[in-house]
Design a binder for this molecule. Structure first.
Ligand code: ADP
Ligand code: MG
Length: 485
């Protein structure tokens, strides 16, 4: 394996790229070293396209999971006082870059230039007030943004998900008229969030003035509690009961609080009676959600309940190819097959596998073949020296030790009695399984990779100060590694 620096230098020598970033002043000749000095003196310049390209290459090497195909269209407009200003053309993309990519762009720019620059993203110009916006809709979401890739076009159908997919298209095209509510359920990683977001994208494309609220159950609960605390229930109700589509992901967590459930019940009724579309997802069917009261179970069954199953190999291969194409990679057939047959239960594993292969291939001139794929996917296991540890093994040992419930460990609750054992699970998963941070997050309530990283660091720090935790973890390691191969 090469280090990051090596990887970049390999890339550079392969492409014959010159040294790092060149600062070009308006009117200055880029080739001349003096251009750099002038740039510094005036604190103003531009980034050469080659340097910009180097930054993007470095990002693809270091953070393939964050890179999106549309990065190619980003344009650095100027450097001023050490800030590289990058123009964006789309509000969603701007938000994504600001929230997820600021640091990694800055690090990459610093590595390429050898200077203490920072990167800042310029929002797209506001449309002229007289001009009509392409979509006059209002969409509110607690997700950083609706993921642009989660569209129907990027969703692969197979026997496992055909009904759910067709139903989502039907409700998105005639909200409130066909199936209401639409309830999707299935295990983690089978595409529920993807389909929910695809429905939102479609509703907004079809109906210019639709108001859509897309959020997780946790956010609904938080908004409600906040509204009570601030004495702003009226406002809360106006907001929730006036939408054209209410889309709530992971509704199983609603079962936790009485008052929230009561409020949701009334929200549901109001929206239903006025024929507004309700779309919900959960990890289980309405009747299997523990502690969900009957009146809600029966309402959830009023419309259509569609289950998502684990995709078969053929569908997994099609998903693999689609995900690879989204990252502008052409996968040889045997590699696609190999990925699809390793990622069995959870589609997130496919993305993790592609990311690993991509990262390794960047270090070897971009070639992707079976040997490289094997190396990329085997590495994690041999490195961690634990052929067979699974998330289930980790859950079992942590549940036994802390006396917590699996549903809580894999759920959203944040109280310390749950959050701490959950962080330990994530730490163990990172140490003992080949799963990526994203995949680990997927197993624990769909948390993102930064949350997982935070959990791992927390446990590492605690361990240094807490001898008891050290012993506990050592015992966990011993037991888990003893598991027969
Ligand atoms: P869930 O919400 O059910 O846990 P997600 O919607 O988050 O699952 O899906 C996990 C990942 O798998 C996402 O990247 C999603 O795009 C992808 N995925 C799942 N099913 C499909 C499918 N049928 N076609 C394309 N991508 C899929
Ligand atoms: Mg989800």
């Amino acid at each position: 394996m090469h280090s990051r620096q090596e990887a970049v230098s390999i890339y550079k020598s392969a492409t014959n790229a010159g040294p790092g970033l060149r600062w070009a002043c308006p009117g200055a000749v880029i080739r001349r070293p003096v251009a750099e000095k002038v740039a510094t003196a005036k604190s103003m310049g531009t980034v050469s396209s080659r340097s910009w390209n180097d930054i993007l290459v470095l990002l693809r090497t270091d953070h393939p999971e964050l890179v999106r195909p549309w990065f190619k269209k980003l344009e650095p407009i100027e450097i001023q006082h050490g800030v590289v200003r990058v123009q964006t053309t789309d509000a969603n993309q701007h938000q994504y870059l600001e929230q997820q990519c600021q640091n990694v762009f800055t690090q990459a720019a610093q590595s390429v230039t050898g200077r203490l620059v920072t990167v800042s993203f310029v929002p797209p110009p506001a449309p002229a007030t007289t001009e009509r916006q392409p979509y006059g809709f209002e969409i509110e979401t607690d997700h950083p943004i609706l993921n642009e890739e989660y569209t129907f076009e990027h969703f692969v159908t197979g026997p496992c998900n055909r009904l759910a997919h067709a139903a989502c298209i039907a409700v998105a095209e005639s909200p409130g008229r066909v199936y209401n509510p639409l309830f999707l359920h299935g295990n983690v990683g089978l595409g529920k969030t993807h389909l929910l977001q695809a429905a939102c994208h479609r509703i907004r494309a079809e109906k210019a003035d639709a108001k859509i609220l897309f959020l997780s159950c946790e956010t609904f609960t938080n908004h409600f509690i906040e509204a009570i605390e601030r004495g702003a229930l009226q406002e809360f109700r106006r907001r929730y009961r006036s939408v054209d589509a209410l889309v709530i992901d992971d509704i199983q967590y609603l079962a936790a609080g009485d008052r929230t459930r009561e409020e949701f019940f009334h929200t549901f009724n109001t929206l239903f009676q006025s024929q507004r579309q309700i779309i919900l997802s959960a990890d289980e069917s309405p009747r299997d959600i523990p502690r969900l009261e009957d009146r809600l179970v029966s309402r959830f069954n009023w419309g259509l309940v569609a289950r998502l199953d684990t995709p078969d190999l053929e569908t997994r291969m099609a998903i693999t190819r689609k995900k690879a194409r989204l990252r502008c990679i052409d996968l040889p057939e045997d590699v696609a097959h190999y990925i699809a047959s390793t990622a069995m239960a959870n589609t997130r594993e496919i993305e993790g596998a592609i990311t690993k292969i991509l990262a390794l291939s960047q270090q070897f001139g971009g070639v992707i073949d079976m040997a490289l794929a094997r190396q990329a996917l085997d590495n994690g296991t041999s490195e961690s020296n634990t052929r067979n540890v699974t998330i289930q093994d980790i859950l079992k040992i942590v549940i036994e030790h802390f006396g917590v419930r699996q549903a809580d460990l894999q759920g959203k609750r944040r109280n310390r009695s749950i959050a701490y054992p959950r962080q330990i699970c994530m730490y163990l998963a990172r140490e003992l399984t080949p799963l990526s941070l994203e995949e680990i997050g997927g197993h624990f309530g769909g948390r993102d990779h930064t949350t997982v990283l935070h959990a791992i660091r927390t446990i590492q720090e605690h361990q240094e100060q807490d001898a008891e935790l050290q012993v506990t973890l050592q015992n966990f390691f011993k037991t888990l590694r003893k598991k027969p191969a």
